[in-house]
Design a protein around this ligand. Structure first.
Ligand code: GDP
Ligand code: MG
Length: 508
C-alpha cells in the first residue's frame, strides 16, 4: 500500500509551501513572499532511512474559486454527484486551460490525498474563503484546517467559528516554527480521519520519534568528539637550543587558537548535517557584531563556571582555592594569570585568560628543543565550549525546514552558558575532562568519547526541550559575571566585566 498523502491547499501566500517544508523536512520546497510562486503540484515524500512515511503535496493557491464552484454547482443536483463533478471539472479544464491553478490543486485530491487547508489567522476572516472550503468539501476527502499566524494580529476565534463549519479538525499550527511534537500531533490527528491511515501514520510517528532520538545521540557524539579533540589538542614548534622561545610563542598560540576555532566550526557543520541542514548560513552575534568569540575575555565572564560550581565538580578543592590559587574562573582576575599547575596535572604552567592551554618547552631526544602549546588545562575551557555547542545544537534542532533565513546565534546569551548544568552532571563531566587532560600526547581512549557523549546526551535533552530564546545582540550585563555565589574574597580583583568589547580585551 502506498504511503498516506496530504495536499496542502488554500489561498496564495498563506504558508502552504512552508507547511510542506516543515512536515516533509525538506529544504527544496520553494517558499516565497511573492504570491503565485507555486504553479505545479509537487510531491515531497517524508523518508526515514529510505522508507517513505507519508507524502506532502505542495499545490498552487486557489485563484478563481467562486467561478469554479459556480461551474460545479451548475452540474451537480445532488450531494452524491459532487465528487464526480469535481472530477469532471478537472478533466474539462485541464483541456480548456481556464482554471489552471484549481485543476492543479484538485488533482492530488482526486487521486486520494487528504486535505490540509491553510489560512492566515492574522488576517480577518472573509466570505471569499467559503467557495474554497465548499469546493474542498465537494472532493469528499478527509480534511484538517490549519490556522497559521503570519503576523501578530489574531483573528483565531472568528476563523475557528467559520472553519468548524467545514472541517472536523481545526488546529493552530505555526507553519514556520512548528515544534516537533506539534507535527507529530498533526500526523496522529490525520490517522484518526481515515481507517486505513491509522496504522501507517502511527508507524510514521514512532519512526520519526526514533529518528529524532538517533539524531540527538549523533549530535551528542559529535560534540563529545569535538570536546575531546579540543581539550587534548597540542601544537608544537622546534626551536634551536640558543633560540629565545618567547618570540615563537605568540605564533604558536595563534596556531593553537585557530585550530580550536576550526574544530568548533567543524562540529557545528556536522550537527547541522545531522539535522539535514546542508548549507546553513550562520550569523554569530559575537563574531560579527561585537567581535567576541571563544577567546575573548567577555566570553569567560559570561559562560565559564563560577568558582563554587567548579568546586562542586570535584576538580578543585575548596582548600586549593583558599590557599590563594586563582583558578581563572572569571572576570578581571583572569588578567593576572594564575598558577594552577599543582592542582591539575602537576605541571607548573601559568594560566591566564590567554592561556587555555599549557605552554611548555621540551628537550628533544635528538637534540634541540620543542615549544608546545596545549593540551587545554584551563578548567573552565571545556565548559565554555560545551555551553556554546549545546546552545547551537538546540537552535538547529528547533529550526524547521521552512526557515530560510540565516541561523542567528547569540553565544553571549545566557542559554549558551554551561552554568545551568547540574552539579551531578558536571561531576560526571569533570571525571572525563580530567582523564582527557591527562592523556599522553593527545592520545585518549576512545571510550572516553563514548562516556562523554552519553553525559552530553542527557544534558542536551534538557536543553532541547525548550525553544532557545530570541537571539540577543547585547550580552547579559555585569550582573552575570559579578554574581558569584562563591564567598571568596577577591578584593580588588573582583570581576568587573567590560561593558563593551574593546580591542585590548580581545585575546588575539
Ligand atoms: N513570519 C511568518 N512568515 C510566514 C509564515 N508562513 C509563511 N510565511 C511567509 O509568507 C510567505 C509565503 O509563504 P509560502 O509558504 O510560500 O506560502 P504559499 O504561497 O501559501 O505556499 C513566505 O515569505 C513565508 O516565509 C509564518 O507562520 N510566519
Ligand atoms: Mg507555495
Amino acid at each position: 500500500m502506498s504511503a498516506p498523502a496530504f495536499a496542502v491547499v488554500g489561498h496564495p501566500n498563506k504558508g502552504k509551501s512552508s507547511i510542506v517544508a516543515t512536515l516533509a523536512q525538506d529544504n527544496s520546497v520553494q517558499i516565497s513572499p511573492i504570491p503565485g510562486t507555486t504553479v505545479k503540484s509537487r510531491y515531497f515524500p517524508m523518508k526515514v532511512d529510505g522508507e517513505v512515511q507519508y507524502i506532502l503535496v505542495d499545490t498552487p493557491g486557489f485563484q478563481r474559486a467562486r467561478q469554479a464552484l459556480a461551474w460545479m454547482k451548475a452540474r451537480a443536483s445532488t450531494a452524491a454527484e459532487r465528487v464526480t463533478v469535481v472530477r469532471q471539472f478537472v478533466e474539462t479544464h485541464q483541456k480548456s486551460g481556464k482554471f489552471p491553478d484549481e485543476c492543479e490543486l484538485l488533482k492530488p485530491l482526486i487521486e486520494g490525498a487528504g486535505i490540509l487547508y491553510v489560512i492566515d489567522g492574522s488576517r480577518p476572516y472573509g466570505e471569499e474563503y467559503e467557495a474554497e472550503m465548499e469546493i474542498l468539501r465537494w472532493t469528499g476527502q478527509p480534511s484538517i484546517a490549519l490556522i497559521n499566524l503570519i503576523r501578530q494580529d489574531s483573528y483565531i476565534d472568528e476563523w475557528t467559528a467559520a472553519l468548524e463549519q467545514y472541517f472536523k479538525i481545526v488546529r493552530v499550527f505555526n507553519a514556520v516554527a512548528a515544534e516537533f511534537q506539534k507535527r507529530l500531533e498533526l500526523l496522529k490527528a490525520f490517522g484518526q480521519l481515515r481507517e486505513e491511515w491509522q496504522a501507517p501514520l502511527a508507524r510514521a510517528v514512532a519512526t520519526l520519534e526514533e529518528d529524532r532520538r538517533a539524531r540527538q545521540e549523533r549530535g551528542a557524539f559529535a560534540i563529545a568528539e569535538m570536546l575531546a579533540e579540543m581539550i587534548t589538542l597540542t601544537v608544537t614548534k622546534r626551536i634551536a637550543s640558543d633560540e629565545d622561545p618567547a618570540g615563537k610563542e605568540a605564533d604558536l598560540a595563534k596556531r593553537y587558537r585557530t585550530k580550536l576555532r576550526r574544530r568548533e566550526q567543524e562540529a557545528r557543520r556536522q550537527i547541522e548535517r545531522i539535522y539535514d541542514y546542508e548549507d546553513l548560513q550562520r550569523q554569530e552575534a559575537e563574531i560579527e557584531v561585537i567581535e567576541q568569540d571563544l577567546f575573548s575575555l567577555e566570553s569567560w565572564n559570561l559562560w565559564g563556571l563560577k568558582k563554587n560550581q567548579l568546586i562542586a565538580t570535584g576538580a578543585l578543592s575548596g582548600a586549593a582555592l583558599g590557599s590563594g590559587f586563582d583558578l581563572a574562573v572569571g572576570g578581571a582576575s583572569l588578567l593576572l594569570g594564575a598558577a594552577i599547575g599543582s592542582v591539575v596535572g602537576g605541571t607548573s604552567a601559568w594560566f591566564s585568560y590567554k592561556r587555555i592551554g599549557e605552554v611548555k618547552i621540551m628537550g628533544l631526544p635528538l637534540g634541540g628543543r620543542e615549544l608546545r602549546v596545549g593540551p587545554a588545562r584551563n578548567l573552565n575551557f571545556p565548559y565554555v565550549v560545551l555551553g556554546r555547542a549545546l546552545y547551537h545544537h538546540a537552535a538547529v534542532m528547533h529550526r524547521t525546514h521552512a526557515q530560510r533565513d540565516v541561523l542567528r546565534l547569540d553565544t553571549t546569551a545566557e542559554e549558551a552558558s554551561a552554568r545551568s548544568i547540574t552539579d551531578a552532571r558536571r561531576k560526571q563531566l569533570e571525571r572525563v575532562f580530567t582523564r582527557l587532560r591527562n592523556s599522553e600526547n593527545g592520545r585518549y581512549e576512545p571510550s572516553l568519547v563514548e562516556q562523554l557523549a552519553e553525559i552530553i546526551d542527557g544534558i542536551a535533552l534538557k536543553f532541547t526541550q525548550t525553544t532557545p530564546g530570541e537571539p540577543r545582540i547585547n550580552p547579559p550585563r555585569a550582573r552575570e559575571a559579578a554574581d558569584s555565589s562563591s564567598n571568596q574574597t577577591e578584593g580588588a580583583n573582583d570581576p568587573q566585566p567590560p561593558r563593551k568589547m574593546a580591542g585590548s580585551q580581545h585575546l588575539d
